[in-house]
Design a protein around this ligand. Structure first.
Ligand code: GDP
Length: 456
């Protein structure tokens, strides 16, 4: 394949920057721009070594660099690769990339290094997809799920299921090719047993997506309450916690910012935090209609009430909004004299989870986190031993496979000819093969890698 080059470090100023190249002839490109301190024939340089020298253009030194050499097949892409470690300034890094391009390299597309690792067979598609998940992770558990997938935990599981199918399919194919051997009865039973067995395994994988989705997308959490109940104080208290890793993501519209905090390694995605803050400046504070809208979209509602006051009409409206939803009620301002009777708030049995807090001094926050962890069984998510699907593409393919298992079972039960049964079973194999990338189309591959960042 041709030589590709890209800047692999994030844009901006940093200690070092890395320009990366991959491709059979990448060392010839390198030789045109790099003058090592100690000249050495490239043939003699071993993989996994680093050389010190300078990048030159027209005999002028552009930068002092270190170059790492990786020789095929022992590299990220399995091709010859080198990484030029430059000083981390935008101008220098861009200049060095330009020199690589001028001397024969092509600009890499987003994710092209990882795509090559996949196309060259070093990793399968699900492993390649985990790379982007690891890079984009917002929580420790998400990183761990990504690492497990990169290690091949999902691939191994899929392989096992496929092998189970193939073991039986051998007999099916024999029966189709040599119908004179009367093995139909045996084969039908065998097929049904196999289909039952893989259906259980596939359903377990499908179910694991409930947790996988939590790990990946976080728990979409809305904080609602009437004006002055303490919403923004609570928000600030949560975001200020040492353990909270706060990441701000630009939302789809210019004004929305999603903020994430970590609870037991799972991201809590706080919705409409911008709304809560903006409401401060508005005469009309965040209204009931808006609260309703936010509450409807959330996985979890934290409804906050001012414990220093009796329940007001607005509070009752909030109670109506959260009725029947997954929610936690907070009685805020416990540091003040209590005027809100807990029975009043509990009268509708909206939730078991009523917690007294002080958003001002942080009392009760720990309890809040524990309750959230319990409500979503976060402590039971076991990433060490269980394969957990976090990718929606994989989940859809597994659901398809389960549908095809059902169809296959029906054909067996209806005593259809073996070649018809075989068609449905092959569909299952195809669904599974799409996860690991065996049967996948170029369009899907391109779509997956387009989501990568440059230089990966
Ligand atoms: P919001 O309108 O729901 O966002 O409410 P704020 O967070 O702005 O709080 C309204 C007022 O209540 C502010 O003056 C806060 O300082 C105060 N407040 C919030 N939480 C507490 C608390 O736990 N104890 C006390 N004493 N005051 C609080």
């Amino acid at each position: 394949m041709d030589v590709i080059a890209s800047i692999s470090t994030a844009p901006g100023i940093g200690g070092i920057g890395i320009v990366r190249m991959s491709g059979k002839d990448c060392f010839s490109v390198l030789n045109k721009i790099f003058r090592p301190k100690k000249e050495e024939n490239i043939e003699n340089i071993r993989g996994y070594t680093i050389k010190y020298g300078v990048i030159i253009e027209n005999n002028e030194i552009i930068d002092e660099v270190l170059v790492s050499y990786f020789k095929e097949p022992k590299s990220y892409t399995t091709e010859n690769m080198c990484e030029i470690n430059t000083h981390g300034g935008n101008i220098i890094i861009k200049k060095i990339l330009e020199l690589c391009l001028k001397n024969g390299a092509n600009l890499a597309e987003p994710g092209e290094f990882t795509k090559r690792a996949f196309l060259n067979g070093r990793i399968d598609l699900s492993q390649a997809e985990s790379v982007i998940d690891i890079i984009n992770s917002k929580s420790e558990k998400e990183v761990k799920a990504g690492i497990k997938q990169l290690e091949g935990m999902l691939s191994k599981k899929i392989k096992e299921i496929k092998q189970e199918i193939l073991d039986v399919m051998v007999n099916v194919d024999v029966s189709i090719d040599y119908p004179e051997y009367d093995v139909d009865d045996v084969t039908n039973n065998q097929i049904l047993d196999m289909l039952d067995s893989i259906e259980i395994k596939l359903k377990n994988l499908e179910k694991s997506f409930d947790n996988g989705k939590l790990i990946k997308d976080g728990i979409k959490t809305a904080i609602i309450g009437k004006p002055n109940a303490g919403k923004s104080s609570l928000l600030n208290a949560i975001l200020k916690e040492d353990r909270a890793i706060v990441t701000e993501y630009e939302g789809t519209t210019r004004d929305t910012i999603e903020e994430f905090v970590n609870i037991e390694g799972i991201p809590l995605k706080l919705v409409d935090t911008a709304g809560i803050r903006e409401a401060k400046d508005e005469v009309e504070k965040i209204g009931i209609a808006k609260s309703k809208e936010i509450a409807n979209e959330a996985d979890l509602i934290i409804a906050i009430f001012d414990g220093s006051k009796e329940l007001s009409e607005e509070d009752y409206k909030i109670l109506d909004i959260i009725y029947g939803k997954k929610c936690i009620i907070l009685l805020n301002k416990v540091d003040l004299k209590n005027n809100l009777k807990e029975e009043d708030i509990r009268f509708k049995n909206i939730t078991d989870h009523v917690i007294k807090i002080s958003a001002l001094n942080g009392d009760g926050l720990e309890k809040l986190y524990n309750v959230i962890a319990k409500m979503f069984n976060l402590n039971e998510i076991n990433l060490d031993n269980d394969v957990i699907i976090t990718n929606l593409r994989h989940k859809k393919l597994i659901s398809n496979a389960i549908e095809n298992v059902k169809k296959a079972k029906q054909t067996v039960n209806e005593n259809m000819p073996l070649d018809i049964i075989a068609i449905f079973i092959k569909d299952i194999l195809e669904d599974l093969g799409n996860i690991t990338g065996e049967f996948v189309t170029d369009d899907i591959i391109n779509e997956i890698f387009a989501k990568f960042c440059l230089g990966k």
